[in-house]
Every structure is written in C-alpha cells, then in structure tokens.
Design a binder for this molecule. Structure first.
Ligand SMILES: Cc1cc2nc3c(=O)[nH]c(=O)nc-3n(C[C@H](O)[C@H](O)[C@H](O)COP(=O)(O)O)c2cc1C
Length: 201
C-alpha cells in the first residue's frame, strides 16, 4: 500500500490553479494505485511559523535540553519530517508568488531542513537522509512562462524544490507545469493542457 503526501501551498482555495493541478496528479496516482492512502498537508491551515530565533535555537539544541516552548516546536517539526519519511510519493503544489514559492512553503522547508533528520554533512559533503526510492511530483503554476523563452532565467521554483528534495535524498522527480496563466491566448487552456501531460510511473 502506497502512502501519498500531498503538500498544498496556495491560499486561494477553490479557485487555486496549483491545487487543481496537484489534485489531478493525486487522482492519476489513485487510478494507478487505488489502495493508496493520501495525507494532505495544507500549509495554509495551521501554518508553519516564520523561522525565528526560538525555532533556530530549538533545531540546534539537543532535545533533552529543550524548554517547554522548544519541545512543542520540535514536536511539530518532527511531525512534518515523519510525514515525509512515511510517504512513498510526495505531490507538492507550488504556484509562483513574486518570483518565488509561497511563504508557507518556504516556512515548511525551514521546518523540515534539519541536520540529522533530513540531511547530514560528512567529509564527502551533504548527504540526504530520506530514502531515495521515494517519488516527487511537482505541480507548478505561474502567470508567466519560465520553462522556455526569455524568462527561463527566472525559473526559480522548480529548480529550488528539486534541489531541496535532492538535498533530502529524493532524486526521482516529475514536473507538471501550468504556465502562462496570465497571458491571453495561453491562459484559457494552460491548466487543461498541463493536466493532460500527467503520467504516473
Ligand atoms: C500574490 C501573487 C503573486 C504572483 N507572482 C507571480 C510571479 O512572480 N510570476 C508569475 O509568473 N506569476 C505570478 N503570479 C501568478 C500566479 O503564479 C498564478 O496565477 C498561479 O496560478 C497562482 O496559483 P494559485 O492559483 O494556485 O494560487 C502571482 C499571483 C499572485 C496571487
């Protein structure tokens, strides 16, 4: 039985394009693996805090020395990391907001990028600690087009998310893009076309 983790980052609810694309990926996975169990991590509900001094000090203090506040922070971070460890497949919805990932997603990475949990450093440099047999699907949406053309140099989200998960040890990645969602003549069909490209391996 497959465990699927669906990470959602758009606050735009029903009208969100990235949620629609991510949902379509989940539906395709369920077609292939009807017994799969899907866990949703909606980062717009119960938001991960913006990384502050107390969070950083928590992550760099041995658990036995945590204050009651740090214990709560550590528990939340460990819960997020446990979900990643349990997942066989991860679907991550990411719209582009102001040339980056939504703040909620950055906060999520700040709470899951932890030495000894998701990565470690050795003499050979960084090493991911998540099992490398996991599959990552990125559902990316944007107003402009970044996969090709003059704005390709600003293609920030997909390489960034790919890199973070690679840093955690996950290298098997498929990307589905609904781009040009602000460009007349493209916006009308972009999402539908992106959904049409979804394949699950
Ligand atoms: C606050 C905000 C910032 C945005 N910034 C960008 C941007 O920098 N580049 C871009 O191509 N599109 C940008 N867009 C367009 C979104 O990437 C596009 O509409 C996307 O589909 C939104 O995903 P969502 O509907 O899942 O929230 C922005 C949209 C919003 C709401």
């Amino acid at each position: 039985m497959k465990n699927i983790l669906h990470i959602i980052s758009s606050p735009r609810g029903e009208i969100s394009a990235s949620r629609k694309l991510g949902k379509a990926v989940i539906e395709k996975i369920l077609e292939k693996y009807p017994d799969a169990v899907v866990k949703e991590r909606d980062l717009t509900k119960n938001a991960v805090p913006v990384l502050g001094e107390v969070h950083i000090s928590t992550f760099f203090t041995p658990p036995q020395d945590h204050s009651p506040e740090q214990q709560l922070i550590n528990r939340y971070s460990e819960e997020l990391i446990a979900e990643l460890k349990e997942a066989h497949m991860i679907v991550i919805d990411s719209p582009m907001y102001n040339f980056s990932v939504p703040t909620s997603l950055k906060a999520y990475f700040d709470f899951t990028s932890r030495a000894g949990y998701t990565f470690k450093y050795s003499e050979d440099g960084p090493k991911g600690l998540l099992d490398d047999d996991k599959k990552l699907y990125i559902a990316f949406t944007s107003g402009n087009i970044y996969s090709t053309g003059p704005y390709q140099v600003f293609d920030s989200n997909v390489p960034y998310i790919r890199h973070i998960f690679g840093f955690y040890g996950i290298s098997d990645v498929s990307v589905f893009r609904a781009e040009g969602l602000a460009i007349p003549g493209i916006m009308e069909t972009s999402l539908e076309k992106a959904i049409g490209t979804i394949t699950i391996d």
